[in-house]
Design a protein. Structure first.
Lengths: 220, 214
């Protein structure tokens, strides 16, 4: 039922290789997705109707469709238009889209939470829109958004497990492969679970800590 | 793509709805004892509940389904894909619902507890008559948005062969070689499914807001 010591030492390099791919995809998705989310948030708040409509469309699809369907749409769907992507690229694009859609809502809410007087003061000081955003709104807004963004990064890390379906050799794929060659599914999957938990649980505790710290300054 | 191609998608839709409803029901019911254990006066019980909630939430849904379907299903006792998905997603829903209930109970003003104590209501009566009705109202919007999230999560059941929407979409795209349209349609179906839930939640919330005084 449980993996023996020999099994663990035999499987571990393979599983850690998978974990490293999961972490890479997570990091790339967040690095691309969060700035994309900021753009989408600004797009949704924009006065231009075309920009607003397009941003809303991208946000609603990215949030409304399951990440699994986005992934399969990009990996299996796009090739019919002649655009074929590797599973790694497809995974990053789909998860970055998903990240952008969710974080745009988080960022939009945090920008709107900045007190109205701050905006008025920025206008009174003659700052242009970009400087207003850069020096006034973002530093205050991102502080509010930080716990939620961190919490979302755990979800995206777990979301990389969906890349199993597009044959990316990440953690779940590796564990499943070990299971199907040795027929020791339960122990192999259990090891993968422990590896996921060893990243998710400390991060969740960190999020709790940041939430409490951020809450200290939120009372005005 | 013709209209007959849509039939499998519609059949998949019913499985998605069944799986979502079943897992949510399991979660909403099991979440209550889990919350009770989480708030218990006995430290070991409290700790155990916290560990269970953390571990369930720390592991991705797809891995839970694999552990139940391949891990337990091939070694310990055979289990059908649908039941494995129901158990796995129900377990995850229970942990998440317990956290939603906890947030709702925590949001209730402590004056309500003091008033109950002043009126000499017992522990059980306080919970049933004072806390539960108000907590239900507070929990409703987050429970509804979780239900929508869970509905999208059921797509992972396609990986263990439950013939739900994402699975049917996958089959259909291989059959017709028109992945773009098929997956766009599948995505649209998920969005359409979430609309009535969001609408119902808004209506129920507005009704409960007027009915229960603050």
């Amino acid at each position: 039922m449980f993996p023996s010591y020999d099994e663990i030492s035999a499987w571990l390099p393979d599983l850690l290789g998978g974990l490293s791919i999961s972490l890479q995809v997570t990091a790339l998705s967040l690095l691309i997705g969060i700035p994309f989310g900021l753009l989408l948030a600004l797009g949704v708040l924009a006065n231009n109707r075309v920009v607003k409509g397009l941003s809303l469309f991208l946000v609603e699809i990215g949030r409304g469709a399951p990440a699994l369907v986005l992934l399969q749409f990009i990996y299996f769907g796009l090739p019919t238009t002649g655009l074929t992507l590797g599973s790694y690229t497809a995974a990053v694009i789909a998860l970055a889209w998903n990240t952008g859609a969710y974080t745009s809502e988080i960022i939009r809410a945090s920008l709107q939470s900045v007190a109205h007087g701050q905006r008025e003061a920025a206008v009174a000081l003659g700052l242009n829109r970009l400087d207003e955003l850069r020096y006034v709104l973002l530093p205050q807004g991102l502080r509010v958004a930080l716990p939620a963004l961190l919490g979302f990064s755990i979800l995206i890390f777990q979301g990389t497990s969906l890349c199993f379906t597009i044959a990316l050799p990440e953690l779940v794929s590796r564990a499943y492969e070990i299971g199907s060659t040795t027929f020791r599914y339960f122990p192999a999957l259990l090891c993968a679970g422990v590896l996921y938990a060893s990243i998710s649980i400390p991060t969740a505790l960190l999020v709790n800590h940041v939430e409490k710290r951020a809450g200290l300054y939120a009372h005005r | 793509m013709s209209l007959t191609d849509l039939l499998p998608l519609l059949r998949g839709l019913t499985w998605t709805v069944a799986l979502t409803a079943g897992a949510f029901l399991i979660g909403a019911v099991l979440g209550v004892p889990l919350l009770a254990a989480r708030q218990s006066r006995l430290p070991p019980l409290r700790f155990l509940a916290m560990v269970i909630i953390q571990i369930v939430r720390a592991i991705p849904p797809i891995l839970w389904l694999f552990i139940i379907f391949f891990g337990l299903g091939m070694g310990v006792m055979p289990i059908s894909p649908f039941n494995a998905a129901l158990v796995g997603l129900g377990l995850i829903a229970a942990a998440n619902m317990a956290e939603i209930y906890r947030g709702a109970v925590a949001s209730i003003h402590h004056g309500q507890f003091e008033a109950s104590a002043a009126l000499d209501l017992g522990r059980w009566s306080t919970l049933r008559d004072i806390v539960a009705p108000q907590a239900f109202r507070v929990a409703l919007p987050s429970a509804a948005s979780y239900l929508i999230g869970l509905m999208k999560e059921t797509a992972v059941a396609s990986t263990i062969g439950v013939a739900e929407l994402a699975y049917q979409g996958n089959q259909l795209s291989q059959l017709t070689y028109r992945g773009l349209e098929v997956f766009a349609l599948v995505g649209l179906f998920y969005v359409l499914l979430s609309l009535p839930i969001a609408w119902l939640s808004r209506v129920a919330d507005a009704y409960l807001q007027t009915k229960v005084a603050r």
